[in-house]
Design a protein. Structure first.
Length: 344
């Protein structure tokens, strides 16, 4: 990391009051599930997830007289960012981006990277947590915002259930859930990513409708079971650095979440994710497997010693499911997004 690089979550660092060209880089995230979807309990959502070091978002921002971007979605985010920051404009070039709607948090990472780049290019603090809602991000889950800020494992606090509305609130009319627990992931942990070559996961209005349907029908007893897994298994496992127990716990959180979403996605996992997970569950190199967000990305928890075996298990799982796809093993990302002068 260059001497002028900074992490966007550090609001107290001194920023030069000058314009410059900057490059922002952020990693993907895995979303393991929610703590509660039932209106019978006093807090809703409460998401768990982890930052991973690949794939990544990387883009460059330069101050300009107006908005100029080589990516339609980024152009919209940049225009909103310029309005929020009170600056004239920016030129944004996207070098790398996450696969869209594959369960890796692509929308949030791209939006926040654009915001951070525009702000830092103008010598300003992006205040990503405060401004994320105005970009339409962080409404239910705070994992994407928190991992952009700090990386690592995140459990957010969710929202008071009384704030639930049947219609989606307008952008900016919510706060990103606070971080309830944050842990650094041990250096020797690895995450298997198996991405079947099938239709993208849900997003936008379709995602909003599906989640609201699930909330209105959610069994509160499932939330009690999820809470027990999180409190008695998941959090102790990550605090003590046990990849095996962590994998088992996040896989159980995912299975229980699947009971809430079964009617919306055609089963505990969306097809063909269930077949991939079933094969990985039988492999000793994978400590636990599940579906990230709406999929189709399947994650598996493993460690550095078993990484090659886990990769082979991922290939075998795709073959057994009868689908093409990609397989990779990545490390966790224990830092937030970075911003560097573009010439470094």
């Amino acid at each position: 990391m260059g001497r002028d690089a900074d992490h966007t979550g550090d609001r107290n660092s001194d920023r030069p009051n000058a314009t410059r060209s900057v490059t922002v880089e952020s990693g993907a995230r895995l979303h393991f599930g929610f703590g509660n979807l039932s209106l019978a309990h006093e807090r809703l959502y409460g998401a768990a997830g982890v930052a991973i070091d690949g794939p990544r978002v990387r883009l460059t921002c330069t101050p300009a007289a107006g908005v100029d971007a080589d990516h339609d979605e980024v152009a919209e985010y940049a225009a909103r960012a310029c309005g929020l920051l009170g600056v004239a404009g920016a030129r944004v070039t996207v070098h790398e981006e996450l696969p869209r709607h594959r369960g890796l948090g692509s929308g949030t990472q791209l939006a926040l990277a654009t915001l951070a780049g525009v702000a830092r290019a103008h010598g300003l603090d992006p205040a990503v947590r405060d401004r994320a809602p105005s970009l339409g991000r962080g409404g239910r889950s705070g994992v994407g915002v928190a991992t952009f800020e700090r990386g690592g494992f995140v459990l957010d606090a969710g929202h008071p259930t009384g704030r639930f509305t049947t219609a989606r609130p307008a952008d900016g009319e919510w706060q990103v859930p606070a971080v309830a627990a944050h842990h650094t992931i041990p250096d020797d942990w690895r995450f298997l990513l198996v991405v079947p070559a099938v239709d993208p996961g849900r997003s936008g209005d379709d995602e909003d409708s599906s989640i609201r349907n699930a909330v209105e029908e959610a069994d509160p007893a499932v939330a009690d079971r999820v809470s027990g897994v999180i409190q008695r298994r998941l959090l102790p496992a990550v605090a003590e650095g046990s990849a095996e127990r962590f994998g088992e716990a996040v896989a159980e959180v995912g299975r229980l979440n699947g009971a809430w979403f079964a009617d919306e996605q055609g089963g505990v996992y969306r097809p063909p994710v269930g077949d991939v997970v079933a094969t990985l569950d039988d492999d000793p190199a994978v400590f636990g497997a599940g579906q990230s967000s709406w999929g189709p990305t399947v994650y598996g928890v493993t460690d550095a010693d078993r990484a090659d075996a886990a990769r082979a298990a991922g290939e075998a799982a795709l073959s057994a499911a009868g689908v093409d796809g990609s397989v990779r093993v990545v490390s966790a990302r224990n830092r937030g997004a970075t911003v560097r002068p573009a010439d470094e």
